[in-house]
Design a protein around this ligand. Structure first.
Ligand code: AMP
Length: 547
């Protein structure tokens, strides 16, 4: 049998292209709505049909500007309908959409713009001062496109070749046939947050993006259907908003974009007004929303499900959302290099009869692999470790939407025997549920043993007086490193160091107990809403622990 050529299937060989998603939504869910809180201050609404029309006008505009296949076109924009149009027009026409995080330092912005060799950059008008600052340093950008109408154009600006998005579109017809090409062609480019060294680019293909979109809509994953109204709170510059700009249109759901207004009050009001059923974001955003709802004694009338990921969802947050607000919480884990989804939480049928506290422990894990992602944990020698829910090791992954190499070969060969090392440390239980114990570089090494910081932070945050907590290793003469807990108190709380340390009693091994607690006004948060532990470690590098 091995010598014989396989009998080939006789189905259409249609490439998996991103343009096909919007084309499908516009044809089969033509009247599903896209609602956007604009940076202009008002609410904009239209349908997938109109989105498709404008995306084709933009594709024609890009052609008129001389953009070629494979060239990078950047965006610096909040979540909104014009950004969505760029998602489809740029990738759909064969160019590569490079989403840039506006929260990066201007020097880093210019660095990645040059590294990507961006040809044009589309930006929300609120970023005009930022563009003015970086434009002279972005050597490859031929034109800057302000995502707005002519009335938003500055009267005089030093930005060379500044263009108006609405004028560009108005000059074009919607008569455009999406080109058909190899599904492995590059579609979007996203740089890692780069806490150490320069950021590196993850270059997604049409195929990887479409497969990720299919898989992420599944019931075990995000469970998106045409009856949902989905609000991507996670920014479109953070790993393509976890794929929602693709998975939502292919599901035919309504989309609700919050724009720049991500404070608790704005998110709550938009959710209620547009009857949002499902949302996705990092824990820091939910903290703002929950605080606003609790302080104002509000409930959600339509919001029933959310995915929380990007960093560990504190159990206290999960409990509040489920028990006090009736919102189902799906814990998700992934990374820029994984498009980003790798695992999502949920229960198996055998878990349905378990007591609530037992079920919660399962839901608090980072979750089960999604079809398309394989994972394993290994020791320092690369030997695979058992799935017993207790042994922790380095987490490796592989699959069709996982990075094979960084853009321009940066970092060299990153795979280990065909697997991508995530840099996370995790356990996997016999049912395949993975739990992150730490990021390898955040783990505290005390006397040759490892202390996982996520557990310590979750316990601290289960104290009613604690709003946020981060645990870091600080140098120790005898043990190399010992844990220091940095805490932000809730408004009005007077919780003390001693009370907090007592709160750990019986919940962890004695030698894991933090050596000290310090109180801070706030914690340093990076561009994607994650606590920057490297900054904290710098800040407390000389900290004298009590002996
Ligand atoms: P990024 O590429 O910026 O999205 O960061 C990816 C990293 O975020 C992962 O490697 C994890 O360390 C962390 N991360 C993402 N989701 C979770 C989660 N649910 N729990 C714990 N860590 C997470």
């Amino acid at each position: 049998m091995s010598n014989q050529a396989p009998l080939m299937g006789q189905m259409m060989n249609q490439p998996l292209l991103i343009s096909g998603i919007l084309e499908f939504a516009a044809r089969h869910y033509a009247n599903s709505e896209i609602v956007s809180q604009r940076v202009e201050g008002d609410l904009h609404r239209y349908t997938f049909r109109e989105c498709h029309q404008r995306a084709r006008q933009l594709a024609n505009a890009l052609q008129a500007l001389g953009v070629h296949m494979g060239e990078r076109i950047a965006t610096l924009a909040w979540n909104g309908y014009r950004h969505l149009e760029a998602y489809y027009a740029v990738s759909g026409s064969g160019a590569v959409l490079h989403t840039i995080n506006p929260r990066l330092h201007p020097e880093q912005l210019a660095y990645i713009c040059n590294h990507a060799e961006d040809q044009f950059l589309l930006f929300d008008f609120c970023f005009l001062p930022l563009i003015e600052a970086i434009a002279p340093h972005c050597k490859t950008v031929k034109g800057w496109i302000l995502l707005g109408a002519a009335d938003r154009m500055p009267a005089d600006s030093k930005i060379p070749n500044l263009m108006c998005y609405e004028d560009l579109l108005a000059a074009q017809s919607a008569d455009y046939a999406w080109p058909q090409f190899d599904e492995s062609a590059a579609a979007t480019l996203c740089y890692t947050s780069g806490t150490t060294g320069n950021p590196k680019g993850a270059l997604y293909s049409h195929r990887s993006t479409v497969l990720h979109a299919y898989a992420s809509a599944l019931p075990n994953v995000l469970n998106v259907s045409s009856r949902d109204a989905v609000m991507p709170v996670v920014p479109m510059f953070h790993v393509n908003a976890w794929g929602l700009p693709y998975s939502v249109p292919l599901s035919g759901a309504k989309m609700v974009f919050p724009g720049a207004a991500l404070d608790g009050k704005s998110v709550y009001e938009l959710m209620e007004k547009e009857k949002v059923t499902f949302s996705a974001g990092v824990p820091t955003v939910w903290l703002g929303l929950i605080n606003y709802a609790v302080q104002n004694k509000l409930k959600f009338s339509s919001f029933v499900r959310t995915v929380i990921g990007g960093s560990a969802c504190p159990p206290a947050m999960m409990n509040t959302l489920i028990d006090d607000f009736g919102v189902e919480v799906i814990h998700g884990w992934g990374m820029t290099e994984m498009s980003p989804l790798g695992t999502t939480g949920g229960l198996l049928s055998k878990h349905m009869e378990l007591p609530k506290a037992e079920q919660r422990k399962i839901l608090q894990k980072q979750g089960h692999a999604i079809y398309g992602v394989d994972m394993k944990i290994v020791d320092e020698l690369g030997e695979e470790l058992p799935w017993d829910g207790a042994t922790s090791g380095s987490l490796l992954v592989k699959g069709p939407w996982i990075i094979a190499s960084y853009f321009k070969g940066e970092g060299g060969d990153v795979l280990e025997d065909g697997w991508f090392p995530t840099g996370d440390v995790a356990t996997i239980d016999p049912d395949g549920f993975m739990q992150i114990t730490d990021r390898a570089k955040d783990v505290i090494k005390s006397g040759g043993e490892w202390i996982g910081t996520i557990d310590l932070e979750n316990i601290a945050m289960s104290h009613p007086g604690v709003m946020q907590a981060a645990c870091i290793g600080v140098p120790h003469p005898k043990w190399d490193e010992r844990p220091l807990l940095v805490v932000v108190r809730r408004a009005g709380s007077t919780v003390t160091r001693e009370e907090l340390l007592a709160h750990f009693d019986g919940k962890i091994a004695k030698w894991w107990l933090p050596d000290d607690v310090v109180f801070a006004e706030n914690l340093p948060v990076g561009g994607t809403g994650k606590i920057q532990k490297n900054k904290l470690r710098e800040q407390y590098s000389d900290y004298q622990l009590p002996s």
